[in-house]
Every structure is written in C-alpha cells, then in structure tokens.
Design a binder for this molecule. Structure first.
Ligand code: NDP
Length: 444
C-alpha cells in the first residue's frame, strides 16, 4: 500500500465520526501524491504525513452563559492549533450550530496550506463554537463572547495564536472578544484580527476575502484567455464573503445575478444591488426575503437553487458542501467556464472531479479565499509596528498577493505534470513551504 493510502486509512481509523476532516485530508493527500512519491522514503521515515495530519494541540471547552430570561445556556468551544511550522497559528472562529470537532479540524487542516500559499509567516489553526448567534440579542451575544474568550484567552496571544472571524463571527463578536481578552490579560495587542478600525483593525479586512476572490478569479481567467469583463456570475451566500465578492465583481465589469442565505435565494436579472444587500444583511441583519421589496424585478425562491441559473462564472461563498454533483452538472450544461470557491470546501469531491473533467477552470478555496487571511496577516504587521496603512496600500498589496498566489500554484501544478489542475497546484505549493520548515525544525 502506498504511504498516502496508509496515512489516509489511519486518519479514518484514529478519528472516527469526523467525515469532514477525512474529506479534507483525502482531498489534500490525494493531490500531493506526485510529491510524496518522489520523497516517499524520507517522508515515511520522518512520519511526515502523520505529523501533518495530527494537530499540534486541540482544545475543547465549556462555554456557560446566561440568556435574557435568566436561563443558563451551555455551548462547546474549540480551538485546534494545527501547525505552527511557518508562524503563529492563524485561522477564524466559527459560530454556528453545525460546529463540531470534525468541522474545526477540516478547516484547521485546510488553513495550514492556505496560509502557506499567501507567502506570509502564519501557521494553521481554527476554532469556534456550536453557539447560534441568530436571533440572539446584542447582550446575549456579548455574554457568550465574553465567556468564550475567558477560556480561550489562556491559549492565544499575538505571537502564539491569532484567531479571526468566520461564519457567525463578524466585527461585533470580534469587538466583544477583544474587550474580554484585554480585560483578562491586560494586554492591548494584536491577538485577534478583523478588529474595528478604532482599535487596531485594518482597512480592507472587511472586503478582503471577497475582493481577493475576484482578483484571483480574474487572473485565472486571464491566464486562460478570458476575463471577468462582461461575464455573468452566480454567487451563493449573502454574508461577508458574498457581499464583497459581488461588489468587486461589479467593479471589474461582471454582472452578479444571484445570492442566497440558508433559507432561500435571490435571482436579480438586472444584477444584485450591493447597497440593498448591505442594508438588509449588514445594517438590519434581516433575511433575503426582503430583497424583492427593494428590487421588484427580482425573484425570491425558498430552498436551494443558485446553481440552476445560467452563468459564466460560479462563486460559492456560503458554506461547505453546498455545490454537489447535480449542481456541477447543471453548471456544465449551462456553459459555465469557471468555478472559484469563496467559501471553504463548498464543492463536494464528486462535483470538483466532474467540473475538472468537463474542462471547467476550478480554483479551490484555500487559494481563492486566501485574501482574508492574507489581509489578517497584514493587520498583524500593522499592530506590531503600531501603524496604520492606507486603503490604497492595503488593496494594492492584496491584489498583488492574489496575483502572485495564482502564478505560484499554476507553476507548482506544471512542475509536477498536472498542468491546469489548480487543486493539486494549491496543495503542492502550500505543502512544499510547510514541509521545508518542518524538516528544518527537526522532529517536534
Ligand atoms: P457569514 O456568516 O458572513 O455568511 C455566511 C453565508 O452563508 C450566509 O449568507 C449564511 O446564511 C450562509 N450559510 C451559512 N451556513 C449555511 C448553510 N448550512 N446552508 C446554506 N447557507 C448557509 O460568513 P462568511 O461570509 O464570513 O463565510 C462564508 C464562507 O467563507 C465560510 O465557508 C467561511 O469559512 C469562508 N471564509 C470566510 C472568510 C472571511 O474572511 N469571512 C475567509 C475565508 C473563508 P444565513 O445568514 O441564513 O446563515
């Protein structure tokens, strides 16, 4: 049995009931086969892959808080510190009822390669809780965040582990968590990213993942003889990533005709109005059902359906496994030329395979959505030097990072004979740097 297959078998056996984690490890290790085969003897002796798939540390804790009715509520908190070979652990905090150890481990594992791909000195980690912020009052959100941080603060720090936002953790939650960290540790330091501008946050962090997604998608299209100009785009999600992806797509001359949330989706043939979307989602924190009231020409549908719409480019920006084989077949039948993942692992493995076999350009999340974490690393730099960079400087740095990232993964795919396979290219490019650092640091 090959070394990769042995490790995959061990991962499933030693981490039962963690299907998302298995899926992420399989996807990465499968595409690393050409590199592993070249170095099999050394990797096997050093148990390199076993060390890579075992987090350096995983923390699980109780989060008690009191709701507005005086009822004590209990949630579970997680922080998985996966790999610190190239820098302090870095990765977001997800607050969603679906959160469990498997989800956090899949995200943390992916984060290792994504962070490495940015070219910046950040290791991989992820955390969160099964707390559902939906329908909670501001006071309840604050109480949860304070309780969560009371425990988490023991394990993080500006030079050890720097969490950020993710699903359910936006500017409000980061603010409450930062306040509690400062109170407990007495340190005003860059321990979280995604902070407000008045207390150490960075310009462009809010926009970064969505903007970065469009910069790299445009670069991929250009490298293949197309561009975003004049293209019709389907986006799923209506959160942070989706909103700024839609905004930047418009600025680059494309028309986005869809968005969605977990209840339903919107089709706007005239192009999604970003100002309306921001008003509904960022200001009022309401549901997409309201969109039609602002844009009578649009349609609202319950359930799932974004991928049935005819589009040139599809950008899944909601959550994991939201674009399956059937969706991929719809996209191919509708003539879609490119899919780039704004969310983490939104495309199922069967769908990725189908898209690639049918000649659709496919850019995986660890490359396509790396703009968020790259900008977070730049927020860390600004906090360390206690300076604040301009919007223009941040935006142009983000753009050049994304363009470089694309060419690095394109070159890595070429180097190992899998030209045009950007999944393999991203994994290989991210892996090579981490392995180099792990080898240099000995068996730790
Ligand atoms: P938000 O919470 O701001 O938005 C998430 C969006 O996806 C919402 O519209 C939400 O709808 C929808 N959604 C969430 N879960 C589901 C589900 N199970 N089924 C259908 N729709 C769902 O999160 P972000 O925009 O920050 O993150 C989106 C994705 O991008 C995630 O995969 C995240 O890990 C990834 N990502 C985010 C980065 C960032 O900087 N924010 C960086 C890199 C990756 P509803 O409101 O109804 O829940």
């Amino acid at each position: 049995m090959s070394y990769v297959d042995e490790v995959l078998e061990r991962v499933v056996k030693e981490n039962p009931y963690e299907p998302e984690f298995h899926q992420a490890v399989k996807e990465v290790l499968d595409s690393l086969r050409p590199v592993v085969e070249k170095n099999e003897e050394q990797f096997r002796r050093d148990a390199l892959l076993e060390r890579l798939v075992n987090p350096e540390r995983q923390i699980k804790f109780r989060v008690p808080w009191i709701d507005d009715n005086g009822q004590v509520q209990i949630n579970t908190g997680y922080r998985v510190q996966f790999n610190s070979a190239i820098g302090p652990y870095k990765g977001g905090l997800r607050l969603h009822p679906s959160v469990n150890l498997s989800i956090i481990k899949f995200l943390g594992f992916e984060q290792i390669f994504k962070n490495s791909l940015t070219g910046l000195p950040i290791g991989g980690g992820k955390g969160g809780s099964d707390f559902d912020p939906k329908g909670k009052s501001d006071r309840e959100i604050m109480k949860f965040c304070q309780s969560f941080m009371t425990e988490l603060s023991k394990y993080i720090g500006a030079d050890t582990d720097v969490p950020a936002g993710d699903i359910g953790t936006g500017a409000r939650e980061i603010g409450y968590m930062y306040g509690q960290y400062k109170r407990i540790r007495g340190l005003f330091e860059g321990v979280l990213t995604g902070k407000g501008l008045s207390y150490g946050g960075s310009l462009v962090r809010t926009e970064a993942t969505g903007y970065g997604l469009l910069y790299i998608t445009d670069e991929m299209l250009k490298s293949n003889g197309h561009s975003l100009e004049g293209k019709t785009v389907a986006v799923s999600g209506a959160g942070n990533v989706a909103i700024y992806a839609i905004e930047k797509a418009g600025q680059l001359g494309a028309k986005v005709v869809t968005c969605s949330d977990s209840n339903g989706w919107v089709y706007d043939p005239d192009g999604i109005d970003v100002a309306v979307l921001k008003e509904i989602k960022e200001v009022k924190r309401h549901r997409l059902t309201e969109y039609k009231a602002y844009r009578p020409n649009s349609e609202y549908h319950e359930g799932k359906g974004v991928w049935t719409v005819k589009c040139d480019v599809a950008l899944p920006c909601a959550t994991q496994n939201e674009l399956n084989l059937e969706d991929a077949k719809n996209l191919v039948a509708n003539g879609t030329i490119a899919v780039a993942e704004g969310a983490n692992m939104p495309t199922t493995p069967e769908a990725v395979d189908y898209l690639q076999r049918n000649g659709v350009l496919f850019l995986p999340g660890k490359a396509a959505n790396a703009g968020g974490v790259a900008t977070s690393a730049l927020e860390m730099s600004q906090n360390s030097e206690r300076l604040h960079w301009s919007f223009e400087r941040m935006d142009s740095t983000l753009k050049s990072l994304m363009v470089d990232l694309f060419h690095n993964l394109e070159a890595a795919a070429k180097k190992y004979g899998v030209d045009g396979n950007y999944v393999a290219g991203a994994n290989i490019a991210g892996f090579e740097k981490v392995v180099d650092a792990m080898n240099a640091q000995g068996i730790v």
